[in-house]
Design a binder for this molecule. Structure first.
Ligand SMILES: *Cc1c(COP(=O)(O)O)cnc(C)c1O
Length: 489
């Protein structure tokens, strides 16, 4: 299958590229991104055929239907990364929290956030393709907490790839910071930056745009790639679990094959819910995709009113920091799918120039055919965490944003799947607070208190962090990032 560009073609880039090219060099004409030219079909025949498939078998067949130009051996090795999850037979367990509501736990991988679902196999494939082409790539990430650890984990000690990860000093949870600064691999560098996440991200953008830095990379024969969800190599691995979850409900006799369900997705950069959208479009019986946000509710505004307005907003820090996003990159792929490249280019230019775009009422109606949006405040999320903890189920503050969306679903006859994007252990201080303990001052205390007061246990990869050696103590003012990068390269 070929990949095309969301903002049309500028005449210097190829009209279409194959999968390996789209993932190694993910930036497209006019600042756009790559999308598949067509989608395979996950119709009832496909679903029936996979009723008894394991996660890896299903994933393999989906990748084959996308006709990606990656050999079977590499695909199989990539999917074997799921063997490191808690239960290799079932890397994404489904828990029932209401008669008609199920939580799909996407966090059973090495860094305890849903980013592992895609980054684990994607990192393997990207590294192998770089090696095959005998090219060297640098991946730079600015992280607010979950992308950084998952990116470092997947690329550690992989030949032909270097990773540099910037995080705002003091802007992540203790666990997230330790996951990064204790990572030991010669091909990776972690730098704390004095400032907040926006400063860190802006600094990274500046560096990546600087001619000077580009020349330094060229001198060293290093190309730039990206591992955030603008890379379609991430999205393709975020389609499978939506299908797997549906089949799991059929297997558990909770639904009949063909029955529609709601998918409820805590959203930031829109990569997770985009995977669900592609699954729906390709035939999965989904009534609507429920997009859950925190009070940075720019997606709610878009889906309810057709207005995407960054100009009149300031980013607000919340207890679900992975969803503190105003520029949600993957919305562009939906715009392209519904309105085409010319209109997408126009809308994205308006966003760049005026900080805003507005859909026509016809366009808004098309968007609402698939999406419904809701947002929750921190205190609403804390209430839901406390409520479900009393029933013995603990989720993190991101997952908690889904409950209101679920409660407000239109058709109460249909079942819902909520996506849990992080284990509570990554946000334990917030969870302890929600459970009534205002006094814990750090993650160590919070983890211990929750483990002692609930039936939860802390997994070894989190518990072990506190005794690991710090390998990356560096924290710098932002003007020194470039020097540090050149030293590393
Ligand atoms: C990344 C992340 C999200 C947001 O996912 P998107 O695909 O960017 O919408 C939500 N929750 C957690 C815990 C995350 O790490």
């Amino acid at each position: 299958m070929q990949f095309i560009e969301t903002r049309g073609n500028d005449g210097t880039k190829p009209q279409k590229v194959n999968f390996s090219e789209a993932i190694l060099n993910p930036s497209a004409s006019f600042g756009g991104i790559f999308v598949p030219e067509t989608l395979p079909s996950f119709d009832s025949a496909f679903l029936n055929r996979h009723l008894n498939s394991s996660y890896k078998e299903l994933a393999f067949d989906i990748l084959k239907l996308f006709e990606i130009d990656i050999d079977d051996d590499t695909i199989n090795q990539a999917l074997n990364r799921y063997d490191t999850f808690d239960d290799p037979q079932n890397p994404v367990p489904l828990s029932k929290i209401e008669d008609d509501c199920f939580v799909m736990e996407l966090y059973h991988g090495p860094t305890r956030a849903f980013k592992d679902m895609a980054l684990q196999p994607f990192g393997y494939i990207l590294s192998k393709e770089a090696q095959k082409r005998q090219q060297n790539y640098l991946i730079m990430a600015a992280t607010s907490g979950d992308t950084g650890p998952a990116t470092l984990e997947t690329f550690k000690n992989q030949d032909n790839i270097k990773v540099a990860c910037l995080y705002p000093d003091g802007g992540t949870s203790d666990v997230q910071r330790l996951q990064m600064v204790t990572e030991e691999a010669d091909n990776e560098k972690v730098i704390g930056v004095v400032g907040n996440f926006d400063d860190t991200q802006n600094m990274l953008k500046e560096l990546l745009a600087s001619e000077d830095f580009k020349a330094e990379l060229e001198k060293r024969d290093i190309k730039l790639s990206a591992a955030n969800s603008v890379n379609f190599g991430r999205i393709i691995f975020q389609i499978m679990y939506h299908i797997h979850g549906y089949l799991e409900l059929v297997r558990q006799n909770e639904i009949e094959m063909g029955e529609k369900v709601y998918l409820v997705v805590p959203s930031g950069n829109f990569g997770n819910v985009l995977g669900g959208y592609y699954a729906k479009k390709a035939g999965l019986p989904v009534e609507k995709l429920l997009v859950a946000s925190n009070i940075n509710n720019i997606l709610t505004d878009l889906i309810e009113n057709g207005v995407y307005d960054m100009a009149s907003r300031e980013l607000i820090k919340t207890e679900s920091p992975a969803m503190d996003i105003l520029k949600s990159s993957n919305v562009e792929r939906v715009l392209f799918d519904k309105f085409g490249g010319e209109r997408t280019k126009e809308l994205m230019e308006s966003l760049n120039n005026e900080g805003k775009y507005t859909l026509t009422s016809e366009e808004l109606a098309l968007l609402q055919e698939d999406f419904v949006a809701t947002y929750s405040s921190d205190s609403e999320c804390e209430e839901e965490i406390a409520h479900y903890a009393k029933q013995g189920y603990i989720f993190d503050p991101h997952t908690a944003t889904c409950i209101k969306s679920y409660k407000q679903r239109e058709n109460k006859e249909l079942k819902s799947i909520i996506y849990s994007t992080a284990e509570w252990t990554k946000f334990s201080t917030t969870v302890a607070k929600a459970l009534g303990n205002q006094d814990v001052s750090n993650d160590t205390e919070a983890l211990e208190w929750i483990a002692n007061n609930t039936r939860q246990s802390v997994p070894p990869m989190i518990d072990g962090l506190f005794s690991k050696e710090i390998k990356h103590p560096l924290v710098v003012q932002k003007e020194f990032i470039k020097d540090e990068m050149l030293k590393f390269l």
